[in-house]
Design a protein around this ligand. Structure first.
Ligand code: URA
Length: 226
């Protein structure tokens, strides 16, 4: 029985997760070096104007050896200040949601965004900003090599799959990646946690309830992949 269900509450877990990302062993040192190099390259990036307004480039958090990659839209204020993705209120909900199906976001997932710099006033990144940032994301996908990718929100779905709008219809439906480094990967669009913060109902059929079903599906897929 999934953790959240056991407690009869969606996305409520006993304790905040504090598990640190594992220290890479000898076998993955090369991967760690390559990800460090990627972060250095992102730090120097000024391919678009988002670079002008950023405090920190926000590349990733979590475990690069994880089979699950979570991709969001772009950094908000707290992410921009800390340099880490999904650490604000939406990130905390994301962590709870994942924890409710036994996924620790720092131990069992690699978390990143479609764009690495905060858009002003938290606006949606433009198609051009997403396109110029795309090579960084493709490099992340190639290095981390996830079997399953969780797309948090419509913008992530658009930025990664090129599919616009319709998250309400398309969430919860598995997509098999094709081209652009997505070959052989399973992708699952879900509602963005910011949307769930604005729609807190846990009733059957609510966005939160639906997301919980989607995450249980992700859990099953990860278990199948072994
Ligand atoms: N929303 C996102 O999509 N990404 C973050 O990192 C934070 C909030």
């Amino acid at each position: 029985m999934p953790h959240g269900e056991q407690q009869g509450e969606l996305f409520r877990v006993p304790a905040a997760s504090t598990a640190p990302a594992p220290v890479p062993d000898g076998g993955s040192l090369e991967l760690a070096d390559q990800l460090d190099a990627l972060a250095v390259d992102c730090d120097a990036c000024h391919r678009c104007n988002l670079g002008l307004g950023r405090t920190r480039v926000v590349v990733s958090r979590g475990n690069p050896a994880a089979r699950l990659m979570v991709i969001g839209e772009g950094p908000g204020a707290q992410e921009d200040a800390s340099g880490l993705p999904f650490v604000g209120r939406a990130g905390q909900l994301l962590d709870q949601m994942l924890e409710s199906v036994g996924i620790d976001s720092n131990r069992d997932a690699y978390v990143c965004n479609v764009v690495k710099c905060r858009p002003p006033d938290n606006r949606k990144p433009t198609a051009e900003e997403m396109a110029v940032c795309r090579p960084w994301l493709e490099r992340q996908i190639a290095l981390v090599n996830p079997g399953v990718i969780l797309l948090a929100g419509a913008t992530a779905m658009e930025g990664v799959l090129g599919v616009k709008g319709g998250i309400t219809k398309l969430r919860g439906q598995w997509r098999q990646g094709s081209g652009d480094g997505l070959e052989g990967r399973w992708l699952m669009p879900i509602f963005h946690p910011s949307y769930l913060l604005r729609n807190p109902s846990r009733e059957r059929g609510s966005p939160k309830w639906l997301t919980w079903q989607d995450l249980q599906d992700v859990r099953r897929r990860l278990d199948q992949l072994g």
